[in-house]
Ligand binder design. Structure first.
Ligand code: BGP
Length: 473
């Protein structure tokens, strides 16, 4: 049965600077934490990505043609301040003015993220989110952007603070690639919430008339079985990846129960509790009371069972189905129940998880007035047919099926009271993936990376019909 979306519901594609722009050494851009890390890893390079730095007009024209009203982009901090602070690079500033003007010319509203995993190299070396210098420089960079880019009406402080911290210090897939450091993970999570709060409070005090929000990666966590120990493992994983953040950014305080779960994880790993000051907690509380929206990135759900061994994680970074392992000391082990479908990268396909997370925000975090789904989509192995012509349309029925099911779950949540105002598919065009390179394609538009030619996928046509009719067939 087809479902209806509200008439004022907006749809578009998501991108992030480092994943689409390419041109990492152009026009004075400063180095970021990934440059050296990827170089040493030698698996793939961040250039040319989707060459958005030069081809943004082509992509925005396609987005307009295929019915998009909004887009997510991020500003590369190191294009504006190559060293993270101090001297401004005018060519970087000019690029983003051109980009936003082009969005306006194509009638597409940009939602602009200030930090999408791309800390400038000097600040990364100084401790990244664990250092006070990073926080102060981030606030100064945000202030500069608010004053400079007055054409931007929707700001996002940080993309997925949890993913950043967990992948930097728990699973070790992001630089500096440390594993099992839950103490650093929680401290980095808290510090990002402080930085976010300071920026929200600053933005609101500037009275610029726009809106500001944050984007969280929220995967619903379920117990693997009905046993009490599996339920508890799910609670611990939820505290690590979802709850501390939801509390801090949407309730303005960490609930006692959440802190007890965090402490339990740290105790089990013989690591100290994260530090916070009353002044920081005051800023966090103020920000939660003035936040305009929360963005939910939801792709998959997790099932947890009790586990009592040492932490062990194997990341599936090349699409070898069934190769991932995730067991965390003091938390639990991820284990999929029979019958749950997965992608080649072992991400579960479970639209009910989207419904549950949207309803959880609606029921448990009533302070935040509006929610957007800021990322959702499926990574697939796709290639260009040998006899392709510029008019070739790439068939991607799996993507249509995936998005249809998730949009339906989202429509059910809206029907049941969740105030969801828009949906951004990850991703607008095929792009560079942090830990998977170029083989995991998410785009509505296929990018042939060697030539950078764009091709339409069937999902783009399907997406257009939904965004124009507001009906999910
Ligand atoms: C989110 C990030 C995006 C993007 C996406 C897909 O966590 O915000 O930047 O990368 O996930 O992830 P991946 O590229 O690992 O498949």
């Amino acid at each position: 049965m087809s479902k209806q979306l509200p008439q004022d519901f907006v749809m578009g594609g998501a991108t992030a600077a480092y994943q689409v722009e390419g041109a990492t050494k152009e026009d004075g851009k400063g180095r970021v934490l990934w440059d050296d890390f990827l170089d040493k890893q030698g698996r793939f390079k961040p250039d040319p990505a989707a060459d958005f730095y030069h081809r943004y007009d082509e992509d925005l024209a396609l987005a307009e043609k295929y019915g998009h009203q909004v887009i997510r982009v991020s500003i590369a901090w190191s294009r504006i301040f190559p060293d993270g602070a101090g001297e401004v690079e005018p060519r970087g500033v000019a690029f983003y003015h051109k980009l936003f003007a082009d969005c306006a010319a194509h009638h597409i509203e940009p939602f602009v993220t200030l930090h999408h995993f791309d800390t400038p190299e000097r600040l990364h070396e100084a401790g990244d989110w664990l250092s006070q210098e990073m926080l102060d420089d981030f606030v100064a960079y945000a202030k500069f952007c608010f004053e400079e880019f007055s054409e931007v009406k929707y700001w996002i402080t940080i993309n997925e603070p949890t993913s950043m911290a967990v992948q930097q210090y728990t699973s070790g897939t992001f630089p500096p690639a440390e594993s099992g450091r839950f103490d650093k993970t929680f401290q980095a999570e808290h510090n990002q919430m402080v930085a976010h709060a300071r920026i929200v409070n600053l933005y609101k005090s500037m009275q610029l008339g726009g809106q500001i929000g944050i984007v969280h990666a929220l995967q619903t966590v379920y117990p693997y079985s009905d046993s009490a120990v599996d339920h508890h493992a799910a609670e611990l994983q939820d505290a690590l990846e979802n709850r501390l953040y939801l509390d801090g950014t949407l309730a303005g305080e960490y609930h006692q129960e959440t802190l007890a779960l965090v402490k339990e994880i740290l105790d089990a790993n013989h690591q100290p509790m994260f530090q916070s000051t009353p002044q920081e907690m005051k800023a966090i509380d103020e920000a939660a009371h003035q936040l305009d929206f929360v963005g939910v990135n939801n792709y998959f759900s997790k099932w947890l069972r009790a586990y009592h061994g040492k932490s062990e994680t194997i990341h599936n970074g090349d699409g070898t189905k069934g190769s991932s392992v995730a067991r965390l000391q003091g938390v639990g082990e991820e284990k999929l129940p029979d019958g749950i479908e997965t992608t080649d990268w072992d991400w579960s396909i479970y639209p009910r998880g989207m419904y549950d997370i949207l309803m959880r925000i609606h029921n448990d975090y009533p302070l935040v007035p509006v929610t957007y789904v800021t990322e959702n989509g499926i990574g697939l192995k796709e290639s260009l047919p040998e006899n392709a012509t510029p008019d070739t349309v790439i068939e991607d029925p799996k993507r249509i099926d995936y998005v249809k099911k998730y949009l339906s779950a989202m429509a059910d949540a809206i029907h049941d009271g969740a105030n969801v105002k828009g949906y951004f598919i990850w991703s607008l065009q095929d792009q560079f993936s942090w830990t998977n390179g170029y083989s995991k394609r998410y785009g509505l538009f296929f990018v042939d990376f060697p030539t950078q030619n764009r091709y339409i996928k069937q999902s783009a046509e399907w997406f257009k019909s939904v965004s124009e009719t507001h009906i999910i067939p």
